[in-house]
Design a protein around this ligand. Structure first.
Ligand code: ATP
Length: 491
């Protein structure tokens, strides 16, 4: 038997078609030819998603006495996005290279060109002239002129090396809509591009109502929306997606320690998904956002290479301070612990924030990529193969399939007895159609870790055959042991 182990390269196209064929993920609005970069989760995808959400929630909220969860609304006051910087920082003119699909801020592309022709730190005459032209065009919002400048100077993409550009467009990643029936500018609100701001603006509510003491965290799982111009990679980059974010509020000066703590804690969570350590790496940000004092990504080796699945950011007091300024409400914390240096309480301050932010859909793609295996089971006598999703049982959509060998002789009734015994503890699946071999293969393709077959002997001595997905081994056990066996694998 040749097995595709977890380190073998996986083919994304095969994973995408498997997800559709077996009811995990469908393109959105498919009967209308789909909607780009939007996907629907099917009957098994939704279970996988729920299991991953639950694991994350448990590790954050149940396992930490000082972390609580919230569920804030998607619509928020528009000023929030001014305070957070999203209104201004996502509104630059952009241009895409059609060959590499790389997107550039137009000013970055032109500045890089100016530096390149100048050949040094300071700009020469030609470089200065290009910058002057750019500034004049930007001031007039003359996007056609900017594109012409890029074409005239033959500015190329650093990846493809070509000059094959789209038009320049003003691009804000946020989707906007109107609140109320009158389309006035003041009514414009945004679909949130991240869940974090819902946490920041509830900092005081949660801290006071929960009598939370710094350090403490607020966790949230929810939808976020980004009008990604280059949306590729299946559910890796979507326009509507889900995030699992946690903001941890700490005393200023302790952020470095907590940043290291959360880097380690989050990597531990990833490893508990059963994914080997060599499939991950940390990527430290060299160029930090203006509000961050440290930041890194956890990258996973996706079918298209190592890419970010989670970000861990030390965001200083930027967000809370911004909201304090824009809302004109005091957003501070009184710390009555004694500062050993002064012998006095730490007093009032704006807490610093460590954020962990993971895309749920990216995490699902990671688990699918890791689990997907094509196995050649051929023997000299017979060609055979299977596709199996080797999910750890705790994230597998179905935990147990109950399969009566035949549709008669009281076997279905016996099988239903087992279903009724187990269904309040985990998701079970009943199937009596097709040969047992075909039913096993189907359960392998869905990632079901255990199949139980009920046969005539089961009626006599109350034993059943349990079959293990990964090894395909079978064992005869008493029927009353099945539930505990499955439960033990979920711990
Ligand atoms: P990227 O560089 O890939 O665009 P980002 O750095 O903008 O991601 P963050 O703003 O830090 O991402 O968001 C946190 C997490 O949310 C990311 O690590 C990723 O898992 C997820 N995420 C962000 N954008 C998308 C998207 N368009 N589709 C799916 N998941 C996303």
């Amino acid at each position: 038997m040749s097995t595709q182990d977890s380190t073998a390269p996986k083919n994304l196209a095969n994973i995408i078609s498997h997800c559709k064929e077996y009811g995990f993920i469908f393109p959105s609005s498919e009967i209308y030819d789909g909607l780009s970069a939007v996907y629907d989760y099917g009957q098994w995808g939704v279970e996988l998603k729920k299991n991953i959400k639950d694991l994350w929630w448990k590790s954050m909220v149940y396992m930490h006495e000082n972390i609580v969860g919230i569920d804030s609304a998607i619509f928020m006051h528009p000023t929030i996005w001014k305070a957070s910087g999203h209104v201004d920082n996502f509104s630059d003119p952009m241009i895409d290279n059609l060959d590499s699909k790389k997107r550039y801020r137009v000013d970055h592309l032109i500045e890089a060109y100016a530096e390149q022709v100048s050949g040094g730190e300071s700009l020469n005459e030609e470089g200065q002239a290009v910058i002057a032209q750019m500034e004049a065009l930007l001031a007039k919002d003359d996007f056609a002129g900017l594109k012409q400048l890029i074409l005239d100077k033959k500015m190329t993409c650093s990846v493809s090396g070509t000059c094959n550009w789209t038009d320049v467009r003003q691009f804000n990643l946020m989707f906007s809509t109107q609140l109320g029936s009158v389309a006035e500018e003041s009514d414009t609100i945004y679909l949130r591009p991240e869940t974090a701001q819902g946490i920041f603006v509830n900092f005081i509510n949660v801290q006071k109502s929960g009598r939370m003491k710094v350090p403490f965290g607020i966790a949230q799982i929810g939808k976020a929306f980004r009008n990604e111009i280059v949306a590729r990679g299946f559910i890796f980059r979507m326009r509507e997606f889900e995030q699992m974010e946690m903001q941890y509020f700490v005393r200023p000066g302790t952020q470095k320690t907590w940043y290291e703590y959360w880097k380690e804690a989050r990597m531990k969570w990833h490893l508990e998904l059963g994914i080997p350590v060599e499939r991950y790496r940390f990527h430290d940000h060299v160029k930090l956002a203006h509000y961050a004092d440290a930041a890194c990504d956890i990258e996973y080796d996706f079918p298209m290479g190592f890419k970010e699945v989670e970000g861990i950011h030390s965001r200083t007091d930027f967000d809370l301070t911004q909201h304090q300024t824009y809302s004109k409400k005091k957003i501070q914390y009184f710390d009555n612990d004694i500062d050993e240096a002064t012998g006095k309480p730490f007093g009032n301050y704006t807490p610093y924030v460590i954020e962990t932010s993971i895309g749920l859909d990216r995490c699902i793609l990671m688990c699918l990529s890791e689990a997907y295996c094509e196995e050649d089971l051929s023997t000299p006598e017979k060609q055979d193969s299977r596709v199996v999703l080797k999910f750890p049982p705790k994230i597998a959509p179905i935990k147990l399939a109950v399969l009566p060998l035949m549709k008669k002789d009281g076997l279905p009734e016996k099988a239903r007895e087992l279903m009724d015994h187990c269904r309040d503890s985990f998701l079970c699946f009943y199937e009596e159609k097709d040969s047992i071999g075909k039913r096993y293969r189907r359960m392998d393709a869905l990632g079901t870790p255990f199949c139980v077959t009920i046969d005539h002997q089961s009626l006599e001595d109350n034993t059943v055959t349990i079959r293990f997905r990964d090894s395909m081994e079978q064992e005869r056990i008493p029927m009353e042991e099945v539930k505990d066996r499955v439960l033990a694998s979920l711990r």
